[in-house]
Design a protein around this ligand. Structure first.
Ligand code: PLP
Length: 398
């Protein structure tokens, strides 16, 4: 048996990839499975993206890229944020292998063993493992479904101390779809500034909202990014999850330190993918409005259908991203046809998959075992089939 480091043994595998693998295994055995577990858009990137990638291949862009990213892309990312009112230069941008690697690198660059990082829960599945892999201590501040998962700034402030190196914010959020209230964000920002903590604002879903736009966090108080880091990517907005291009924008010394780590770990992102990302960001953006309209219709379809399934309850309809995170604790105590008594989101997700053929993600991996995550980045037909499947699975409980 290989002797693995305690560091790697201490973290669980990604639960979102695990449920997907389980659903795919059932489908391979011939079961009809409807997949609501997927955290990626189902539409195509804009046409210019493909063309730019092909052009980069034909132009023999075969060599190592600069570690921090190709200059044109760094500048385009900075310009996108300058349009929102930030005072940010290309030298404050690091191109990373997706938003995930930007976040991983930030924990590595900011945390000494024992340092604390404040995380609002429910939280995206990799935040806590990434902090722990860097030797940090996550301090979780629960946000209740009944409050629409909005944070209580006083509780967030109370979780901070001189040990806090950063607070992690995500709006719109995965898994809840919540667009965080700007007033609460400002209060959290002030509390972080008071203890000298950095704010990391994960803005991967910022462009995907259904009513008012989500706040770009540093526009509230730190327009020069002196104590705020934005994490973004082409993954969700431009439907380019597999291209693996993300960014961080932040203080120059931190970006330089993060680039140093990237230089020793992954090197720069593939030039072809960077050319595609550049085309995505600088190309026409009119593709997005119909996408958002379609997502809104799918959200409304799923929300309306869930109202008819007893035991699955959505407290507040969320305004962004493409997820619902309803409570399923109304089903706890019931027994599935295979004899399992349901006691957690994981048990309910397993019953929905086994007896309804619907894949959802258990809330445990996000820090809220009363819920399951449903993605509506799928067709309306799939959503309708999922509602039928989930109704059947719930009706089969005793
Ligand atoms: N942050 C959040 C909130 C996410 O939902 C995801 C992906 O699901 C990521 C970061 C990672 O994104 P990427 O695919 O660009 O690495």
């Amino acid at each position: 048996m290989t002797r693995l480091s305690s560091r790697i043994r201490s973290v669980p595998p990604s639960p979102t990839f695990a449920i997907k693998a389980k659903a795919q295994a059932l489908a391979a055995r011939g079961r009809d499975i409807v997949d609501l577990s997927t955290g990626e858009p189902d539409f195509l990137p804009p046409a210019g993206v493909r063309e730019a990638a092909v052009a980069a291949v034909m132009a023999n862009e075969n060599r190592y890229a600069p570690v921090a990213g190709i200059p044109a892309l760094r500048e385009a990312v900075a310009a996108r944020y300058r349009e929102l009112g930030l005072n940010v230069g290309a030298d404050q941008v690091l191109v990373t292998h997706g938003g995930k690697q930007a976040l991983y690198t930030l924990s590595q660059a900011l945390l000494n063993p024992g340092d604390e990082a404040v995380v609002l829960t429910p939280a995206w599945v990799s935040y806590l493992p990434q902090i722990e892999l860097a030797g940090g201590v996550p301090v979780c501040v629960p946000c209740a479904p009944e409050d629409g998962f909005q944070p209580d700034p006083d509780r967030v402030a109370a979780a901070m101390s001189e040990k806090t190196r950063f607070v992690l914010l995500n709006s719109p959020a995965n898994p809840t779809g919540t667009v965080l209230d700007a007033g609460r964000l400002a209060a959290i920002d002030a509390a972080a500034a008071a203890v000298g903590a950095i704010v990391i604002s994960d803005e991967l879903y910022r462009a995907i909202t259904f009513s008012e736009p989500a706040t770009c966090h540093p526009t509230l108080a730190d327009k020069s990014l002196d104590r705020t880091v934005i994490v973004d990517a082409v993954s969700k907005t431009w439907a380019m999850t597999g291209w693996r291009v993300g960014f961080m924008l932040g203080p120059r010394d931190l970006v330089t330190a993060a680039a140093k780590l990237q230089g020793h770990s992954t090197s720069g992102v593939c030039r072809i993918n960077e050319a595609a990302a550049l085309a995505a960001i600088t190309g026409p953006q009119d593709f997005l409005e119909p996408v958002i309209e379609e997502l809104r219709e799918r959200r409304d379809l799923l929300v309306a259908g869930l109202k008819h399934i007893p035991g699955i309850h959505l407290d507040v309809v969320p305004n962004g991203a493409f997820y619902l995170f309803p409570r399923v604790d109304g089903l706890f105590g019931k027994t599935a046809p295979d004899g399992t008594t349901l006691r957690s989101g994981g048990d309910v997700a397993a019953a929905l998959l086994a007896h309804g053929g619907v894949a959802t993600v258990p809330g445990e991996g996000f820090g809220e075992p009363r819920c399951v995550r449903m993605s509506y980045a799928t067709t309306k037909e799939a959503i309708e089939a999922a509602l039928v499947g989930m109704s059947a699975a719930v009706a089969a409980l005793s």
